[in-house]
Design a protein around this ligand. Structure first.
Ligand SMILES: Nc1ncnc2c1ncn2[C@@H]1O[C@H](COP(=O)(O)OP(=O)(O)OC[C@H]2O[C@@H]([n+]3cccc(C(=O)O)c3)[C@H](O)[C@@H]2O)[C@@H](O)[C@H]1O
Ligand SMILES: Nc1ncnc2c1ncn2[C@@H]1O[C@H](COP(=O)(O)OP(=O)(O)OP(=O)(O)O)[C@@H](O)[C@H]1O
Ligand SMILES: NC(=O)CC[C@H](N)C(=O)O
Length: 542
């Protein structure tokens, strides 16, 4: 019996662009036929609408358009089978997350997703009803079982499709990135193969969508749990998987093994892709940010340049009386290193103006009022440039600061997108070092100086906050891993620091609700992964 070629079409669908996504699928299928002699081409979950389409799924106008595009896929009558993810609404108004098997232009079979994820960033029970039946398609002598993403994360759907005779599973995914996700996927797939003995071809989408980054990384795992084919991460790809009938069922032949990234390299790529796609898919001309000579704005600038190219990035240093010459020098040096448009715009005159405006009500502007006024004048300045140029303001906030509210509402929290939103301060340093290892992008002095908001004389972050090494352990433990205060203290973290940090985390939810969106890179980000009340008296014993 001859071999059968399944092409993993790791594409980058754009949410809501049904016609564009269909064009992409037709182009990918044609290329898979012409270049790879594909028999089957598998697209990601919900490739027709992009994922997650959120409340677009509740628009009645969506479903006729889905039908139209499915008809286009059939009308192309390509001589292969296409497996396509799409949403469907039935006559009773129930909606389903589906996969279509389109064989030589005929809509030959379909499958309804059985396990609907409703945790973390997922909301599928808001939209869909689950299916209950397996789908197995006999094609070119092989029995293909269809499953959709979460279906392989639990045993039931895999058990059913194996019992229905599937010899290989085609798993359509929209599986967003976090730093440990690829390892989780491999473990889950290998466990299911262990339990039910059916190899899995796992096809993921790639690209940024608002707060989510899809990393691709599609793979084919054989009946022994070995990855025989590995697609690259963070870019679209068409990767062939060769199937052969052997004495022990279907074999997956060894194929392309794209190298995988890890650690900071993987995290950095996710941040660059998430930033680029947010700007590109929203049709924005470029970005502008406040460059302070500190590490957060320095790393954000490097990411922006890697994402968009220096010519689309602008940096502004806005000194005030507390800004050190070293900060100005470091900001200027980085702007030169990266060759971005750069301006020094002092905010002193703005501060004087505000002093006069406020004089009848506030004769003295001091303390936190003075600190925040500086941050807000910088925000106003950046927004003026944004309005005049159309460039989006990048917020430089990181996860450690937003955890404890160490930022100013309508000040340094302005912006349309926050690349570092889910990155802890200790990771910011590691990423800066990693990035400089590729080529010089951040002056060494920015990395080695102690962090300071420079909003009052000699201010250092660690005067107000626990040292970042400790704060980040608390955030990681309390927010990401859901540990109790007692568990944190048992890990040798000072009880007073634990108590203070947890109080700050919980009392600053109000600020986070007003923060710009940013890229999710951890298993639990602030935002949809962690929905906390602003008004709350809940406490846990210390
Ligand atoms: N539950 C609640 N819901 C809604 N609003 C609430 C609230 N509780 C207080 N508020 C309001 O929030 C306001 C306070 O917030 P806000 O004006 O932002 O200011 P606030 O949190 O008081 O001060 C900002 C702090 O962040 C520091 N900072 C600023 C800028 C940059 C950095 C850095 O290193 O990156 C650090 C700065 O040194 C200062 O200590 C109050 O006026 C209060 O009315
Ligand atoms: N003098 C400045 N010129 C331009 N932008 C500034 C200036 N000071 C602060 N900002 C902006 O406000 C953000 C918050 O900066 P701040 O210095 O208060 O603390 P930070 O969070 O440690 O940031 P960074 O590490 O970038 O300094 C900065 O990242 C930057 O975008
Ligand atoms: N779309 C989905 O079903 C995603 C859920 C799945 N566990 C994942 O993130 O990989």
């Amino acid at each position: 019996m001859s071999n059968v070629t399944v092409v993993m079409a790791q594409i980058d669908p754009v949410v809501g662009d049904l016609a564009g996504n269909t064009d992409k699928m037709l182009a990918a299928a044609e290329a898979a036929l012409a270049q790879l002699q594909a028999d089957v081409v598998v697209f990601p979950e919900m490739a027709l609408t992009g994922y997650p389409p959120e409340d677009i799924l509740l628009r009645p106008g969506l479903y006729p358009q889905v039908q139209q595009q499915l008809e286009r896929l059939c009308a192309a009558r390509l001589p292969l089978a296409m497996v396509v993810g799409y949403p469907m609404e039935d006559a009773l108004g129930e909606r389903f997350n589906m996969a279509a098997w389109i064989e030589h232009g005929e809509f030959a079979a379909s499958y309804i997703k059985q396990h609907l994820p409703n945790y973390g960033p997922f909301d599928e029970k808001r939209y869909f009803s689950p299916g209950s039946q397996p789908t197995v398609v006999d094609y070119k002598g092989i029995r293909f079982g269809l499953l959709i993403c979460e279906d392989v994360w639990k045993p039931t759907a895999v058990e059913k499709v194996a019992a229905a005779g599937a010899e290989v599973i085609l798993n359509l995914n929209a599986s967003p990135f976090h730093a440990e996700k690829h390892g989780d996927r491999l473990r889950v797939a290998s466990r299911r193969i262990d339990e039910f003995g059916v190899p899995i071809i796992y096809v993921n989408q790639v690209g940024g969508q608002d707060e989510l980054v899809f990393d691709g990384g599609s793979f084919a795992m054989d009946a022994a749990g070995q990855v025989q084919v590995q697609a690259p991460e963070f870019r679209p790809a068409l990767v062939p998987v060769t199937l052969q009938h052997g004495p022990n069922g279907v074999q997956i032949l060894a194929g392309q093994l794209s190298p995988l990234l890890d650690g900071e390299a993987r995290l950095y790529e996710a941040l660059v892709l998430g930033t680029r796609d947010f700007i590109e898919k929203n049709g924005l001309p470029g970005v502008v940010l406040g460059l302070s000579g500190g590490i957060d704005s320095a790393l954000t600038l490097a990411i922006a340049v890697d994402a968009l190219g220096a010519e689309r990035v602008e940096a502004v240093m806005m000194p005030f009386r507390y800004t050190s010459q070293e900060s100005i020098n470091l900001a200027t040096r980085q702007a030169e290193m990266l060759d971005v448009a750069y301006e020094i715009l002092p905010i002193e005159a703005g501060f004087e103006g505000m002093t006069q405006v406020l004089a009848p009500r506030l004769p003295e502007i001091e303390g936190v009022t003075e600190e925040n006024l500086q941050a807000r004048l910088r925000g106003v300045t950046l927004m003026a440039i944004s309005n005049a140029s159309g460039k989006l303001v990048l917020s430089t906030s990181n996860k450690s600061e937003s955890a404890v509210g160490y930022s100013t509402l309508y000040g340094d929290m302005v912006g349309g997108f926050a690349p570092l939103k889910d990155v802890l301060k200790t990771q910011v340093y590691a990423l800066a070092r990693y990035r400089n290892g590729l080529s010089p992008a951040i002056p060494e002095g920015v990395i080695t100086r102690p962090p300071s908001a420079e909003l009052r004389p000699d201010q250092k972050d660690e005067d107000s906050l626990p040292p970042y090494e400790i704060l980040d352990r608390i955030i990681q433990g309390y927010v990401v891993e859901q540990k109790t205060p007692a568990e944190l203290i048992a890990k040798n973290i000072d009880a007073k620091m634990v108590e203070r940090a947890i109080n700050l985390i919980n009392s600053n939810e109000y600020k986070r609700r007003q923060a710009p969106p940013g890229i999710r890179v951890s298993p639990r980000s602030f935002g949809r992964d962690r929905r906390y009340p602003i008004t709350s008296r809940y406490r846990e014993p210390i």
